[in-house]
Design a protein around this ligand. Structure first.
Ligand code: DAH
Length: 339
């Protein structure tokens, strides 16, 4: 028994000193000290040892176990120390190396144009507000004087969530939401996403952006509308920009107009850019319809106002001479970096 124990002990210690890593150590531990390990087997055989010899043999087994464990512990410490050393060596940082450049991306042309536009209107005392993109049919159509069977509703066919809820087709519903909540004077712009079930092509997208504008106060006239939008056009497209208002129809304004600006490429002479017209249409506008005012809780006999709606993509495409709207939605950095 004594020799057997001595043999196990020496063998184990030899294997430990030859082991190369923590995994190997673990295998050795299982082989000798584990449930079915060699030393454990010896302990199991104790019942065959004469009763008077048992304490002695027990002591010998314990001694062997302690010796193996001690050796194992020392080896483990050594491996851990070596691992740490290796890791520290590998992770050395050369602080004299030049820093790697962070890729910063670039603001989107829509963002650049919107920020410019907001700067102009904030300068005129406007507040920037937002409304929901998932909107009640009531706000998107009904409250804007577009009743259920109105042809304008057809033109702006959209995505219905259910009978009463739509993805807004225009930012105009924000007008109503603001008028319901706020007492005049009101002076707001409301930028945001709008949706229409249009096919994607160079000038259409099922999701695009508009900026709504609304001014309500006592004594607001068409002259205020024209002056404001003419100033906006000069600031946005250059001091020489002229504007022209063409009569139009929108259900929520009366009278209504579309505003053109002189082509900032050719100054109005006519070029490829303005398709030879010299003018480019940029927004719809008008005096807020008395019915719309009344439905929103504002007395049309006391207050009047004007509204306008601008297509953000249209402005960005024009300002940066981009000829395909789809480029705006690809987010290709090589494209974005040009603006
Ligand atoms: N909501 C209109 C559209 O999407 C644009 C518009 C026209 C807005 C006239 C207005 C406005 O506020 O007065 O076609």
């Amino acid at each position: 028994m004594k020799e057997k124990l001595e043999k196990i002990r020496q063998e184990a210690i030899k294997r430990i000193s030859e082991s190369k890593d923590l995994d190997a150590l673990n295998e050795i531990r299982v082989a000798y000290l584990g449930k079915k390990g060699e030393l454990t087997e010896v302990l199991k055989g104790m019942r065959d040892v004469a009763a008077e010899d048992r304490p002695k043999v027990g002591q010998m087994v314990n001694d062997a176990r302690a010796a193996i464990e001690e050796k194992m512990e020392a080896a483990k410490e050594e491996f851990t120390r070596r691992l740490t050393e290796q890791r520290l060596a590998a992770e050395t940082i050369d602080v004299t190396l030049p820093a790697s450049k962070k890729d910063m991306g670039h603001p989107h042309p829509n963002t650049v144009a919107l920020e410019e536009l907001q700067r102009i209107f904030i300068g005129m005392g406007y507040e920037v507000v937002e409304g929901p993109e998932v909107e009640l049919d009531y706000y998107n159509f009904e409250a804007l004087n577009i009743p259920a069977n109105h042809p304008a509703k057809d033109e702006q066919d959209t995505f219905y969530i259910n009978k009463e809820i739509v993805l807004r087709t225009q930012t105009s519903p924000v007008q109503v939401r603001v008028m319901e909540k706020q007492k005049p004077p009101i002076r707001i712009i409301a930028p945001g996403r709008v949706y229409r079930s249009d096919e994607v092509d160079a000038t259409h997208s099922p999701c695009f952006h508009q900026i709504e504008g609304l001014v309500i106060d006592k004594g607001i006239t068409m002259a205020d509308l024209k002056g404001t939008l003419a100033l906006f056009a000069k600031e946005m497209f250059g001091a020489d920009t002229k504007v022209k208002f063409r009569p139009h129809h929108f259900p929520f304004t009366e009278p209504s107009a579309e505003m053109d600006v002189t082509c900032f490429k050719c100054g109005g002479k006519g070029c490829r850019f303005c398709k030879g017209e010299g003018w480019i249409e940029i927004l719809g506008c008008g005096m807020v319809h008395p019915k719309v005012l009344r439905m929103s809780g504002i007395d049309p006999d006391v207050y009047s106002g004007f509204a306008f709606g601008i297509g953000l993509e249209r402005i960005a495409l024009l300002k940066y001479e981009i000829d395909d709207m789809r480029l705006l939605y690809e987010n290709d950095e090589r494209f974005l970096k040009q603006f």
